[in-house]
Design a protein around this ligand. Sequence first.
Ligand SMILES: Nc1ncnc2c1ncn2[C@@H]1O[C@H](COP(=O)(O)OP(=O)(O)OP(=O)(O)O)[C@@H](O)[C@H]1O
Length: 200
Amino acid sequence: MSGKNEADILRDIRSKVKDINFDTLEEVVLLAVEIAREGREGRKIGTLFVVSDEEETLKCSKPLILDPLWCHPSELKRIQNPGMRETLKELAQLDGAFIVSDDGIVLSGCRYIHASIEGVQLPLGLGSRHMAAAAITKHTRAIAVVVSESSIVRIFDDGEIIAEIIPELWLIRRHGLHISGPYSARNVEQITVASKRDSG
Ligand SMILES: Nc1ncnc2c1ncn2[C@@H]1O[C@H](COP(=O)(O)OP(=O)(O)OP(=O)(O)O)[C@@H](O)[C@H]1O
């Protein structure tokens, strides 16, 4: 997955998901990648977005604190809205999940997912955030997007991981580089270095 470019990855995800507004899912994935890459105030952060089938996902979750998104006008809570994106980056530091409607309104934040884990088979080593993502997608028609504190974005459908994104590589391609001509990218520790290839 990491060897592909952004358009390939999005096309790949699109081919695997059904019955979802893909524009909304795409916005959530782009935001998740930004959060994974940027963190907040120098710290890595993780979070969880549950997208679509909002009636069921609200039933399978409950607020951990007074909901910070409650009562604000829907127009302000559109996932594409720059003010909303910044708000979500800030709120992502808190525990719990965001519920996003199929048409792209972030309905609720800081929610604990209590969907059953029955029938969920995850690779060992992933923690409770990933388990919650797998469980809610197993028992509803939603898609979940996890930002792991280890900076990887994982997308879940029907209880399984359907895509993994390593933001470092994605963002290099997304923002483009200013080097002209062919370049090579090399990973050293956590830094990706892109350098111009010799013409010869
Ligand atoms: N059932 C749940 N519903 C919503 N959020 C949850 C749930 N369980 C855990 N979380 C969130 O996930 C956070 C991290 O938990 P944990 O470290 O076990 O998950 P993880 O899958 O290992 O994620 P990461 O890779 O980010 O560490 C918790 O602090 C909490 O905010």
